[in-house]
Design a protein around this ligand. Structure first.
Ligand SMILES: [Zn+2]
Length: 564
């Protein structure tokens, strides 16, 4: 989709553009070996080019023709319809955000350039076991209900679809700013086949899920996502998961996993997903790798060692990380399961006779997960009387109200009917950087679909923030950092002609100023656009010019079958 390409161009401009682009040139340049007739739509001159493979930078020009990169080398003196002077700037493949929940974004926030202004040209949606498709029968209500609990309100105007194929077509009709890769959520398959069943799948049910997965991949999905900590993923047994992973292997598709635990049972959870990868031979991406809760920070090295042992044995295991120390969730998830999942949980929290027992259970849960009230900062509430809580920690709210922190927590959840989102500062920044240094770890934002009033700042800032870390803290060399956002995720996804600067690849390109790159988005003011990304091309079309989004929708739905 290329909205506004010719727009209201005057006839003179059309003629001069036609003249320029149709001029054919005999280029005799031994430096880059172009000796045949060439005509280019765009030349990016004088940039410092990182090709996305982790290799050293080189000073070179890039020539673009149509949607593709036509040449890399010295094109001085060669005219083109458009020229970008990238002197002093970094030229890299457009960033691939391998972990997002942007499934509904093209309908909810059409035209929002928060990703393009970070240099992102491809987003991967459908993660953590819950995706926008397939939505068969009454699943639409069911899925919307789950997203609602996560703080995402899906408005009426969002079109309807059943299958992955229909969903991808609806996205195309809506228009996309970035390219779009889709994963099927395991929860969607399970609900389609088993409805609400809170048990393991029978062999017949597993077969049916595998069939639906095969169909979804044939319609364009790149793989399957698991959310083993969420319903209904928590009920899945090993046979069901290995069966689905083997189905992925048939088409060399990807398995991504939000593990059962990222804290207390981190190591066991890593073992569980490695067992699935080893039994099936399927390529595995462990989503948002982390060690949550200060008592668990030291578990990261044994966990990473297990991943590296599996890699050593020849299994394809990868991970991604977001460069922030806070996670984002509903505040209620810090309660123990028996309270959080109780059907009458609001009444339970309001019952004064039950309070002391509930506090004891919750304190035990906090202690075991290595959590403290200081680490939870309220992101957003619904009731106006609680607005002053936003940006404050549970400990600060308790002090303001003269209450015990757990009383403050229970009162807030009960009054808000659990509709409270929070940042959980559960990670050690040093551990986050340590994970990000691993050569098998990509950068992924983990943003939600609807921003709400207070999204996690990673929605607006993941990629520039990581580049800030690289520039200021030397976490990894810049060539490696760029690979983690381009060539590595492209390999993990099986994208053969994106994510690298190479002749013949799609011209998804970011041009940024390393000295100026930054994300001003904070937990208090998260909706601040990134700075320092000067130019972005999506499928050869310029969409960001001198730091400003120009309104074009140049993204495409990428399909596993067919194009890739
Ligand atoms: Zn997740």
């Amino acid at each position: 989709m290329r909205h506004g390409d010719t727009g209201d161009m005057g006839i003179k401009r059309i003629i001069s553009t036609v003249l320029l682009t149709t001029v054919t040139l005999m280029i005799l340049n031994p430096k880059c070996g172009y000796s045949q007739e060439k005509k280019f739509d765009l030349i990016i001159r004088n940039g410092t080019v990182y090709d996305g493979t982790g290799g050293e930078a080189r000073h070179a020009d890039l020539a673009i023709l149509g949607e593709r990169i036509a040449g890399i080398g010295d094109f001085s003196g060669v005219p083109a319809a458009k020229v970008i002077d990238a002197r002093g700037l970094v030229v890299a493949p457009g960033f691939i955000d391998i972990h997002t929940h942007s499934d509904f974004n093209p309908f909810l926030q059409p035209g929002s350039p928060h990703k393009l202004l970070q240099g992102v040209t491809t987003e991967v949606a459908g993660n953590c076991g819950m995706s926008a498709a397939p939505l068969i029968g009454d699943m639409r209500e069911k899925v919307f209900e789950v997203w609602q609990r996560e703080g995402v309100a899906i408005p009426e105007h969002v079109p309807t679809w059943d299958s992955v194929g229909e969903y991808l077509e609806a996205l195309e009709r809506a228009g996309l700013l970035t390219n779009f890769v889709f994963l099927v959520g395991h929860g969607n398959l399970r609900w389609s086949v088993m409805k609400d069943a809170s048990r393991k799948a029978s062999p017949e049910e597993s077969k049916e899920m595998e069939g639906l997965l095969r169909q979804s991949i044939a319609e364009g999905a790149f793989g399957l996502s698991l959310g083993l900590v969420y319903l209904p993923g928590t009920y899945a047994g090993k046979d069901e998961l290995i069966g689905l992973a083997k189905t992925l292997k048939e088409s060399d598709s990807l398995l991504t996993v939000h593990m059962r635990s990222e804290g207390r049972r981190l190591i066991e959870s890593v073992d569980e997903v490695l067992e699935i990868a080893e039994a099936s031979g399927t390529r595995l991406e462990i989503s948002h790798l982390k060690a949550a809760g200060f008592k668990n920070w030291q578990k990261i090295d044994p966990a990473l060692r297990r991943i590296e042992d599996a890699k050593q044995k020849g299994f394809e295991v990868f991970g991604d990380v977001y460069p922030y120390e806070a996670a984002f969730a509903e505040l209620g998830v810090i309660l123990p399961e028996e309270i959080y999942e109780a059907p009458d949980r609001v009444a339970l929290l309001k019952n004064p006779e039950k309070r002391s027992e509930l506090k004891r259970l919750t304190q035990k849960e906090l202690d075991e997960s290595g959590s403290i009230p200081e680490q939870f900062m309220i992101a957003a509430v619904k009731l106006s009387k609680h607005k002053s809580y936003e940006g404050k920690t549970l400990a600060e709210i308790a002090k303001m109200e003269g209450k015990d922190p757990l009383d403050a927590l229970f009162d807030l959840l009960a009054e808000e009917n659990f509709l409270v989102s929070a940042f959980s500062f559960s990670q050690d920044p040093a551990v986050v950087k340590h994970i990000a240094q691993k050569e098998y770890v990509s950068i992924g934002s983990d943003n939600m679909s609807d921003f709400g009033p207070k999204p996690h700042p990673r929605t607006y800032g993941t990629f520039p923030r990581f580049l800030q870390w690289v520039r200021d803290g030397k976490v990894v060399p810049l060539s490696d950092a760029i690979r983690k956002m381009t060539g590595l995720p492209a390999d993990v996804l099986g994208l053969s002609d994106r994510g690298r600067i190479r002749e013949g690849e799609y011209a998804d390109i970011v041009i940024f100023d390393l000295a100026k790159i930054e994300s001003p988005a904070t937990y208090e003011d998260p909706k601040e656009y990134a700075r320092g990304v000067e130019w972005v091309l999506v499928n050869g079309a310029v969409v960001v010019e001198q730091g400003k989004y120009n309104g074009r929708f140049a993204g495409q739905v990428l399909r596993k079958k067919g194009r890739e």
